[in-house]
Design a protein around this ligand. Structure first.
Ligand code: TYD
Length: 222
């Protein structure tokens, strides 16, 4: 089953990548830029973009005992189904730009490439969860796994940092996840923008802004 494009007046933008790639930094810089342009936008994330999603997030990332693969997939999909229908679609329908930290591609990368679950079945399950809603742009922050894990572990030293059981997986798991993202980007070149996450934050912001500005032809953008 193929996904259908977003037909609403506002673009749907997704940021993806392995852990430690700097998604949060880019999202907060993009939020600052969109605010300065006076554009209506909503910044959200998966898992955890809705009240139900917050509960699912703490189960998914903080479970004291590992969840079985199928449970994990179904919980990510439940988070997504709720998120798409209660937040993403209504926002887009109102003309609000949506910036989303992770989407269907994370499920394919982590549960498909990482955990080895059948990727065709995941594609069908993703379509069920999203109702076919596909983003206009996927910004993939890519960098070598060793460097990403170094960054993630430095970030986790902060007392306020949230546990993420995926960060406890081995190097081979994260390498498969990275390869998964790169494979998807290669097969959907018109949808993906791959950024080298080792670049300076200002460079990454400029490159992302350029791609987003192309989706906003009627806006006045600096
Ligand atoms: P996130 O909060 O983006 O973590 P980080 O900021 O460290 O990149 O994502 C939470 C974790 O959930 C992340 O390790 C990836 C994982 N994940 C999946 O395994 N499958 C999914 O479908 C999604 C959305 C996230």
């Amino acid at each position: 089953m193929t996904l259908t494009p977003n037909t609403s007046p506002a673009p749907f933008i997704v940021i993806e990548g392995i852990n430690g790639g700097g998604k949060s930094t880019l999202l907060s810089a993009l939020s600052g830029w969109l605010t300065s342009q006076g554009l209506s936008f909503r910044c959200t994330r998966e898992p955890g973009g809705t009240p139900l999603g917050q509960q699912l997030r703490s189960i998914l990332l903080g479970s004291p005992t590992p969840l079985c693969r199928e449970t994990e997939i179904l919980l990510f999909l439940a988070d997504r189904a709720e998120h798409v229908r209660s937040l993403i679609m209504p926002s887009l329908a109102q003309g609000t730009v949506v910036l989303c930290d992770r989407y269907t591609y994370s499920t394919v990368a982590f549960q498909g490439y990482g955990r080895g679950f059948d990727r065709e079945r995941l594609a069908e399950l993703n379509t069920l969860a999203t109702g076919g809603l596909r983003p206009d742009l996927v910004i993939l922050l890519d960098l070598p796994v060793e460097e990403a894990l170094r960054r993630a572990s430095a970030r986790n030293q902060a007392p306020s940092s949230e546990r993420d059981t995926f960060e406890e997986e081995d190097l081979a798991f994260h390498r498969r996840v990275r390869e998964g993202f790169l494979d998807m980007a290669a097969s959907l070149p018109e949808q993906f923008l791959i950024l080298d996450a080792r670049e300076k934050p200002e460079t990454l912001l400029n490159q992302a802004q350029e791609a987003i500005a192309r989706l906003l032809p009627h806006s006045r953008l600096d």
